[in-house]
Write a protein that binds this ligand. Structure first.
Ligand SMILES: NC(=O)C1=CN([C@@H]2O[C@H](COP(=O)(O)OP(=O)(O)OC[C@H]3O[C@@H](n4cnc5c(N)ncnc54)[C@H](OP(=O)(O)O)[C@@H]3O)[C@@H](O)[C@H]2O)C=CC1
Ligand SMILES: CC(C)(CO)C(=O)C(=O)O
Length: 317
């Protein structure tokens, strides 16, 4: 399959590498002038956990191909969009008139209504997913990331279409296991709110990795996430449809917090995601946007509110 990764960010690069390795033709779409800045290769230090639970280390200089313009007759079968949640509107409105016949996989964190987010894309050509990977580019330009064995796909209700099934087959063929939901709207809302609860504490500690092994702080994060669940409900999410994913936050915190703290600190793929994450502005934006939404809907979120000094926008000047 011909696959275009939109942008050359952490998620696009890590999955672009895995998909090329699985035999697909992969290119990156980058803004005009960016290809020269990025250079013709990417230095990768990946922990690939598709086949081994604790991951297999990959150190590689990967030659990549870019394009800086996009016409609708591009011939790609699949475009994978994974950008910051605050960049989705711009990315999808750019892509809308240029999608051609490609299926567009939205592989992203999102707080806005999914159906509104994809309004610019041709109807019937959208697939919804979420990465099971994470990390960041170091100051040395090296991508340090972990690829977990499981990733997420979903629909806005009902079974996947033929196009959506074809996208799943691409990732399954590359060795990933797929977890499905027919309520991707609820899933994405809950994932965003989980991140906000987590970051309300990680920002206080200075970084995501600050949570590794810290039971008390992880407990605060768990309780912050629990406080955010009514916000999901206020947005119309039926929590009963996501019971198993929510278990770490609904079960007694004295039980789940030590387990999560251990996972963050000692399970190598998770530790890599936490240690390598290099975009604190994203973490702040997730908290800011969640707090704004809680205030809009009048939902009390005391722990997120208490953390506001760590993520409030700085006055200009
Ligand atoms: N990193 C992680 O650990 C994880 C990330 N995620 C989620 O995955 C998504 C992607 O994250 P991540 O890969 O870290 O993000 P990055 O910031 O690393 O990558 C985003 C990429 O998209 C490009 N981009 C954004 N808008 C445009 C545009 N309009 N035109 C062209 N290129 C564009 C950016 O280019 P430019 O630099 O030119 O702006 C950049 O290369 C986010 O929603 C994030 O929350 C989920 C799990 C883990
Ligand atoms: C790795 C993490 C928690 C950082 O925000 C993330 O982006 C996600 O899982 O959505």
């Amino acid at each position: 399959m011909k696959i275009l990764m939109f942008g050359r960010g952490v998620i696009a690069t890590a999955y672009g590498w895995a998909l090329e390795r699985a035999g697909h033709e992969v290119e990156f779409f980058v803004r005009p002038g960016r290809a020269a800045v990025y250079g013709p290769t990417v230095d990768l230090e990946l922990l690939d956990a598709r086949r081994r639970v604790r991951g297999q280390r990959v150190v590689e200089t990967w030659p990549v191909r870019y394009r800086e313009s996009l016409e609708p007759d591009h011939g790609f079968d699949l475009v994978v969009v994974s950008v910051q949640h605050y960049g989705v509107a711009e990315a999808l409105s750019f892509l809308g008139p240029r999608a051609g016949d490609a299926t567009v996989l939205v592989f992203n964190n999102l707080l806005v209504e999914p159906s509104v987010a994809v309004e610019a894309l041709p109807a019937g050509q959208v697939a919804w997913g979420f990465p099971g990977a994470g990390g960041g580019f170091g100051d040395d330009g090296v991508l340090r990331a972990a690829l977990l064995p499981v990733l997420f796909f979903g629909t806005l209700g009902g079974p996947p279409t033929e196009r959506e099934r074809a996208v799943r087959a691409v990732f399954r063929g590359a060795g990933f296991r797929i977890r499905e939901t027919t309520d991707v709207r609820g899933w994405l809302t809950l994932h965003f709110l989980q991140n906000a609860g987590l970051h309300s504490q990680s920002l206080r500690l200075g970084s995501l990795t600050g949570l590794a092994g810290r039971r008390r702080d992880v407990r605060e994060a768990v309780l912050a996430i629990r406080e955010l669940l009514p916000l999901a409900e206020a947005r119309g999410v039926d929590l009963r449809r996501h019971r198993s994913e929510l278990l770490p936050y609904t079960a007694p915190a004295w039980l789940t917090a030590p387990a999560l703290a251990w996972l963050f600190g000692h399970f190598p793929p998770m530790r890599t995601v936490m240690e390598a994450h290099a975009n604190p502005e994203e973490l702040r934006a997730v908290c800011r946007d969640t707090l704004a939404e809680a205030r809009r809907l009048g939902v009390p979120v005391p722990r997120l509110e208490a953390a506001e000094p760590y993520f409030a926008a700085q006055p200009a000047g």
